[in-house]
Structures are given as structure tokens and as C-alpha cells.
Design a protein around this ligand. Structure first.
Ligand code: MN
Length: 491
């Protein structure tokens, strides 16, 4: 399902105390609000007004329906009037969809002349939203609280960005990852408990034989290759005479995509340690597959591959870009310290500053033919890097704020895509924090999804979230990590 296919259910809270006239007004206004919110252009998905709930049974019934509706990616509640929260207890406890409490108010101003007790009884969101908030807290229910006037663009955008998180959650719960062979031998951080991850995040992570992929590569027709070459030519600059190398990458891309689609997988991994029967390590092939929304992880890193596809699903239709990334080397000139991120080949062209070039160069690793790959610079702008690690029995999601810059060197002999960034709070402290938190060398780099969205994602799934930003102090972070360890042991 694409982003726009998901829906969000709007459930307004009230009670029977106010009589039918008030309830009718509440219902009419809720419909009006949903209509205006849907036409605001600030929400990526549609909101459906479901009902004004007055009883435990009504809440219970709507939650049951929401839980089993695949199109429903989340539930939004709002208390126009006072709605006693014991009537919400059972429903909220049973709710399996992401949940947002929109604490808003129908009217912008207090009408000086009109206000009387009737007005206050009808417009008591300030009162009702507090009662509603308590039960969510009391139940320790993960939720997003968004406060503000519903016509305010900032509020609408906040709601919109939460909706994207929920689409990422729905995507995660259905995600299948295809692995070609295992992780790179002896690497630790790319390992993980696949059963726990399936239980917590929903991912099905399984492997398929490289030999089967080779069979698929050999079956790709010349016409298919020709068609894909046309697409390459339209999107990229061909900067090589070695067209055969590009054609082979096209075959690899078509074959990998065919296997992924046949199995319903949205992410894949491979490893240079097993390219048995393949002529090149997939470079251009993996890059162009990422461009189409598939997740990729090098050296068998299925966690980063899955996260790449999830972040791409969250940011569908946005144009900043999201890629599999790896910290490679540093520029340590005092006051101008930077990280240089790249990979052997596989960086997604969605992050490119200019039209990427297809080039063919030798690759010292893997022992195969020179692979075609896309070479480009990443664009400037604020971004984040994301790393999901297995702490043994639980997961930790680490997010760091970064500022990407135009690379300060043109590095004419570096034959791969590269992104250069300034880590926050600064390179030394930022790297200290990342290493202390156990962040991987692989990450997802995104210009489109924010740290707040990743925090919401972690909260919905109940996993630890570590945030390294402009005001992070290494000593404080160390203490936070220590306390988190204890908290998650108790949990
Ligand atoms: Mn790597």
C-alpha cells in the first residue's frame, strides 16, 4: 500500500450528559474539522470521522474495527466536551494502532459577549483533554499528544508528520527482508535476534540462495536490459565506454527486483563474501533499487536495510533523499571537522546534489569484474543518521542530528558517491556519543524524516530511543544510557 492509501480514524469524545442538541453540534463540527483538515494540503493521508463516542461499548467497538482494518494506520482522538475516561479505558488498553491525542479547540477565541455556561459546557476541550490524557498516561499507552488550534498550519504539519510515522509503522509490521547469504564474517553490529525483531517490529528476515539469483540474472532478456538502460540514460550521465558493465548491472537489478517482488520483500542484503557465479558486485543495481524505495544493507546488514526501506516509506513523495550510509573517514582540521560518508558502491542517488554519473572502476574487494556504479556528491542541508542496534534482548534506536555540506574536496580519485557532514553537537563529542551508545558504522541517512518522527516510531514500538543533538553532553548521555539499561531490565 502506498502512503495515500492509508487512513486515519477520528474519534471525538463526549458523554450523554449534555443532551442530543450538544452532541449533534459536536458531531457536525467534527465533520467540518475533518473536511477542512483533509483539504489543507498539510496531511499526507485522509482522516475519516468515525463517531462521537459516549459509552465504553462505543469506544470498544470502534477500537476493534480499527485494529482489524488494514487501511487504518492510526486513531486520532479529541475531546470536544468532557468525556469521562473510564469509558475509554478498555478501548485504549486494547488499541493496537498508533494513537494520537489531538488537544485542540473548535473556536480560536473566547467570544467575549457570547460566553456563558452553555458555551463553556459545549467548548470544554481544555477540561476534557486533560481527563483523556490522564487515562493514556495511567495505562502507559504510547501516544502522540499534539496541542494547538486545528486550523494552524504548524499543528496540521505536526499531525501530518506523525501520520508519516504511522505509515512507517504499518510498513514495518508487514516488512519482509530478503538476504542473499549471511552477514559479513566476524562483524558484530550487523548481527541480531531475528525472532525478537519479528516480534517487536514485525519484520520477516529470511535468506535466499545466491545461486537462485544467478539463475534469475541469466534469464533476464536483452529487451529488459535495453528498457532499463533507457531509464539509466534518462536519469544519469553515462561516464564510461564500458557499456557491458552497465548492462550486467541492469541484469542484476532486474533479477534482484524480480525475486524481491515475487516474495513480497521491500528490502534486501548481500555480501561481497558471496558473489558466487556473479560477474560484478551489484553497485548501480543496488543504488537504482534504493532509488525506487527498496531498502539495502551491505555485508548482510538486514537491520539497516529494513530501516532504509521504512524511512523511505515514511518519506514517500518528499525530495530530500534517504540512503544507506556508512561512516568512512574524517576531516580533523580544528574547527572544520567533518565526517565523510560513502560505501564501497551502494549510496542511494536520491541524496545527490547533481545528476549522478555512471562510472566503471576496479573494486579491490570481492574478486569480481569492475562494477558500474553511480558517482555523485550528496547535497547540503540538515539531516539525521539512524542506527538500530540489538542490545541483547532489546533494541536501541540511535538518531544523530547532522548538517550535510558540499564536500570540501572534490576527491577526483574517489570512485564512489560521497556525503560530507558536520555531526552535532560537534564531531568529537558527537562521535563519542555515537560510539558510547553503540551506534553502527552503517546507518540510514535521511534529509526527509526528523528525529522527532523517529522518536515517535521508537515510542510506538516501545524500543529505546537515543538522541544525539546540538545540546547533547557526553557525560549526560552516558548516564542516560546507564539508567536506560536499568529501566529496560525492570520492564
Ligand atoms: Mn559496509
Amino acid at each position: 500500500m502506498a502512503l495515500k492509501d492509508y487512513q486515519f480514524w477520528f474519534v471525538v469524545g463526549s458523554q450523554d450528559l449534555y443532551g442530543p442538541e450538544v452532541l449533534e453540534t459536536v458531531s457536525k463540527r467534527a465533520e467540518e474539522m475533518v473536511k477542512i483538515l483533509n483539504s489543507s494540503g498539510n496531511l499526507p493521508c485522509e482522516i475519516i470521522y468515525k463517531l462521537t463516542a459516549k459509552t465504553t461499548n462505543e469506544v470498544d467497538e470502534i477500537v476493534k474495527l480499527a485494529n482489524f482494518d488494514d487501511k487504518c494506520a492510526g486513531v486520532i482522538t479529541w475531546m470536544h466536551t468532557f468525556s469521562p475516561s473510564k469509558m475509554w479505558l478498555k478501548g485504549i488498553a486494547n488499541l493496537q494502532k498508533p494513537y494520537c491525542h489531538l488537544a485542540t479547540q473548535y473556536n480560536l477565541n473566547i467570544p467575549n459577549d457570547e460566553i456563558d455556561m452553555d458555551f463553556m459546557n459545549l467548548n470544554q476541550a481544555a477540561h476534557g483533554d486533560r481527563e483523556h490524557g490522564f487515562i493514556g498516561t495511567r495505562l502507559r499507552k504510547p501516544r502522540k499528544v499534539i496541542v494547538g488550534f486545528w486550523k494552524d498550519e504548524k499543528v496540521q504539519k505536526k499531525l501530518g508528520s506523525w501520520m508519516r510515522v504511522c505509515v512507517g509503522v504499518a510498513f514495518s509490521k508487514k516488512l519482509k527482508v530478503m538476504r542473499f547469504n549471511d552477514n559479513m564474517r566476524n562483524v558484530a553490529v550487523t548481527e541480531g535476534d531475528k525472532i525478537m525483531v519479528q516480534e517487536v517490529l514485525g519484520w520477516e528476515v529470511n535468506s535466499w540462495p545466491v545461486g537462485q539469483l544467478v539463475d534469475y540474472i541469466n534469464e533476464v532478456s536483452n529487451d529488459e536490459v535495453k528498457d532499463l538502460l533507457k531509464i539509466y540514460k534518462s536519469q544519469y550521465i553515462i561516464n564510461t565506454d564500458n557499456i557491458d558493465a552497465i548492462k550486467y548491472q541492469a541484469k542484476e537489478e532486474i533479477a534482484i527486483k524480480r525475486m524481491l517482488d515475487e516474495q513480497g520483500c521491500k528490502a534486501f542484503t548481500n555480501t561481497f563474501e558471496d558473489l558466487y557465479g556473479m560477474e560484478q558486485l551489484p553497485g548501480l543495481a543496488s543504488q537504482h533499487l534504493m532509488m525506487q524505495g527498496y531498502g539495502y544493507g551491505g555485508e548482510g546488514d538486514w537491520k539497516v536495510s529494513a530501516m532504509t526501506s521504512i524511512v523511505k516509506a515514511m518519506s514517500e513523495g518528499m525530495d530530500g533523499g534517504t540512503s544507506f550510509m556508512e561512516d568512512y573517514t574524517y576531516e580533523l582540521q580544528p574547527d572544520n571537522e567533518y565526517s565523510l560518508g560513502a560505501h564501497m558502491l551502494e549510496v542511494c542517488p536520491s541524496v545527490a546534489a547533481d545528476k549522478p554519473k555512471i562510472e566503471v572502476h576496479p573494486l579491490g574487494i570481492g574478486g569480481k569484474n569492475d562494477p558500474a556504479r553511480l558517482v555523485f556528491e550528496g547535497h547540503a542541508g540538515p539531516a539525521i543518521v539512524i542506527s538500530l542496534i540489538d542490545m541483547g534482548g532489546r533494541l536501541r534506536l540511535i538518531v544523530q542530528e547532522i548538517e550535510c555540506i558540499k564536500p570540501i574536496y572534490d576527491m577526483p580519485n574517489l570512485p564512489v558517491a560521497r556525503v560530507m557532514w558536520k555531526a552535532f553537537p560537534n564531531l568529537y563529542d558527537g562521535v563519542e556519543c555515537w560510539i558510547m551508545a553503540g551506534g553502527a558504522h552503517h546507518s540510514v541517512l535521511t534529509y526527509d524524516v526528523s528525529a522527532e518522527q523517529m522518536k515517535d516510531f521508537a515510542r510506538i514500538f516501545g524500543i529505546e530511543f537515543v538522541y544525539i543533538n546540538k545540546s547533547t553532553v557526553p557525560m549526560d548521555l552516558e548516564k542516560e544510557l546507564f539508567l536506560n539499561d536499568i529501566a529496560y531490565k525492570i520492564n
